[in-house]
Design a protein around this ligand. Structure first.
Ligand code: DAH
Length: 342
């Protein structure tokens, strides 16, 4: 009978096509070829119209069975393939929890920041508050109010970047002293860190560097208070046993003015390369606030007195960490910076 043969023929084709199917996606394509709207089985079923009425029942039954069988065959195979695919996916997504993790790179603070933070922490412990003044300053705050009028020879000590006749990049954080005293009545105890600018550039100077300023104004402040506070600072920054000494110096805004040395923390004062054989290392400038500076800010110098000090942060960093070239602090080379990780 023709219909039996036809069915057999299609069945053979189906098993031939299914031989090498590995993916459910391909199985779906094959299914369409046989069971889709225009697939071979569907076409065969359309032929029912030509079947004589007395045969319709028998042939219809045969074809329906065939279609149901084939659908079942595809469904079963599909389920198997799907399961295999899922297993493969799970296997591929497996996480090996015993694998060593990738090392996360962490950054580090710049040595300048380390010193700045350390200084702020030391002086905050002594009751100082932080005040940050502007980097672009008026000539008045940077010089004139600091007892350094226009024709003063001390202006020569600081090669200045002028932006306009009366506007400049501050050459010293001392400018902040004036801003604080103008706005606050004593007692005053401030610390003023920040960037300063000078037209200077060699192995130990940079056109931009950082300073830390300190100012204390109250009744009865003396040079002894300054010395005591500096001793504490030196011990905390450079190590127990480090002493300070004051040498006479000159700054227009302090009287008397001093240069402050610390005993060499490398050789303990015997003399070495770091201290150039002297046993002492210069670290900052300081002094008693000049009465004219106090007066200019409306502070009565017969009632109040004060001391001030200013230091270069890069210089402290270079001394403390043994850095021999200041440029290393500005280049941002990670090989250098990495060494400051805690
Ligand atoms: N401003 C000075 C400089 O840049 C440093 C300095 C010296 C600051 C003495 C002070 C001070 O407050 O009292 O060289």
């Amino acid at each position: 009978m023709e219909i039996h043969e036809k069915i057999k023929e299609i069945e053979a084709k189906i098993s031939e096509s299914l031989k090498n199917v590995k993916l459910s996606k391909h199985l779906q394509e094959i299914k369409m070829k046989f069971l889709g709207k225009t697939g071979e089985i569907s076409e065969l079923m359309k032929g029912m119209r030509e079947v004589p009425p007395e045969k319709k029942r028998e042939v219809g039954q045969l074809l329906n069975d065939f279609r149901t069988r084939t659908e079942k065959q595809f469904d079963e195979l599909n389920a198997k393939l799907k399961e295999k695919e899922l297993e493969a996916r799970y296997a591929a997504e497996t996480i090996d929890v015993t694998m060593p993790a990738k090392k996360a790179e962490s950054g580090s603070f710049h040595p300048n920041t380390l010193i700045r933070n350390e200084l702020v922490s030391i002086f905050s412990g002594m009751g100082f508050e932080v005040f940050e003044g502007p980097e672009i300053e008026n000539d008045y705050y940077n010089f004139t109010a600091l007892n350094t009028p226009k024709d003063h020879p001390a202006r020569d000590m600081q090669d200045t970047f002028y932006l306009a006749p009366d506007l400049l990049l501050r050459t010293q954080t001392s400018a902040g002293q004036i801003r604080v005293m103008e706005n606050k009545k004593p007692p005053i105890k401030i610390l003023s860190p920040g960037k300063v600018y000078r037209s200077d550039d060699d192995a130990t100077h940079s056109p931009m560097f950082s300073q830390m300023e300190g100012l204390v104004v109250d009744k009865g402040i003396t040079l002894c208070d300054l010395k005591g506070m500096l001793d504490e600072f030196a011990r905390k920054v450079f190590g127990e046993g480090v002493k300070t000494r004051l040498r006479p110096s000159y700054f227009p805004f302090t009287e008397p003015s001093v240069e402050v040395d610390v005993s060499c923390f490398e050789c303990g004062g015997k003399g070495c390369r770091l201290c150039k054989g002297t046993g002492w290392i210069e670290v900052l400038g300081a002094g008693m606030v000049n009465r004219r500076v106090l007066e200019g800010c409306g502070v009565d110098p017969d009632v109040y007195s004060g001391f001030a000090f200013g230091m270069g942060i890069e210089r402290i960093a270079m001394l403390k960490y043994g850095i021999n070239n200041m440029k290393l602090l500005f280049e941002g080379d990670t090989r250098f910076l990495k060494q400051f990780k805690d």
